[in-house]
Design a protein. Structure first.
Length: 295
């Protein structure tokens, strides 16, 4: 049989050896004395030994770590645009609310001018359209001129021109909705484009679909244009002389709601053939002659 004391002693020595095995060895203590941390891994070497620690601060080492410079400051707002409006920009180094420099308020004045011009154009266009529509509804028609009679007495072409012209003119307003207002009339007698004489007649008012006659008397005058006396003498010797006439007046057509623009109307009456019987000095117009209106 075994001796209990021996068996107990052996068991105790085994326990002590087990305790001994779990104690740090002399090499570990020497390693700890040298300032190196004890590694729980096999062989005493740390797998990440000598590598820098993980940096969770946006690729910058945490503050306070020796051997690394401090991180640069957080970038602020970008620099302002160039000074386009003449305002001084303030650079703020904090992250709070940035004051905003408003540009000068020029839009109000420009908007007013644009609105005024637009309204003026609209009003002018509307007025023009209304005038055209009313004018078309009124259907304005130009007045009509006709020389119903013309005569000349004491007509002579020897050395100088002599004669007295008497002209009767019929004026008609063919409009049934507009009244005609006519200024003073000027009547000029011509021969081959050269003025021989001229006279005047007072103005008048013609009602709707109305007509009136007026007479103009004029004596031969020297207009400085040297008419062809020989040509007129030859015509008279043949029995007739052809003259022309021009009638001018300031004219306006009106109604209670609309009026046309004031125009200077000229009526041209060509081919006034005065007949001289028996080579006399008196000539008369055979048939009435209608005139053509020119603006």
């Amino acid at each position: 049989m075994d001796d209990p004391s021996h068996s107990g002693k052996g068991k105790g020595s085994k326990d002590k050896s087990k305790i001994k095995d779990h104690r740090p060895s002399t090499s570990s203590s020497s390693s700890s004395d040298s300032g190196s941390p004890r590694s729980p891994h096999k062989g005493g070497a740390h797998p990440n030994w000598g590598a820098p620690p993980i940096m969770p601060y946006h690729n910058y080492p945490p503050p306070g770590v020796a051997g690394y410079p401090p991180p640069p400051p957080y970038p602020g707002y970008p620099p302002p645009y160039p000074n386009e409006y003449g305002h001084q920009h303030h650079h703020n180094n904090y992250y709070g609310h940035q004051p905003y420099d408003y540009p000068p308020n020029h839009d109000a004045g420009r908007s007013f001018v644009r609105g005024f011009i637009l309204c003026s154009c609209i009003m002018f266009t509307a007025f023009f359209i209304v005038t055209i529509v009313v004018a078309l509804a009124m259907h304005p028609t130009l007045p009509k001129y006709q020389i119903t009679s013309m005569s000349v007495d004491n007509f002579g072409t020897v050395n100088t021109l002599t004669g007295n012209w008497n002209t009767t003119i019929l004026l008609e307003n063919p409009n049934d909705k507009l009244t005609g207002y006519f200024g003073d009339f000027k009547v000029v007698v011509l021969h081959k484009g050269k003025e021989l004489t001229g006279g005047y007649a007072p103005g008048l008012i013609l009602g709707r679909n109305d007509k009136k006659q007026f007479m103009v008397t004029a004596a031969a005058a020297n207009f400085g244009n040297s008419p062809d006396l020989d040509a007129m003498g030859r015509e008279r010797a043949s029995g007739s002389v052809t003259f022309d006439a021009m009638i001018t007046s300031v004219t306006e057509l009106r109604s209670s709601t609309v009026s046309t623009s004031t125009e200077v109307l000229t009526a041209v009456c060509d081919g006034l053939k005065l007949v001289f019987q028996n080579n006399s000095t008196t000539g008369t117009l055979g048939n009435p002659v209608d005139c053509e209106i020119r603006l």
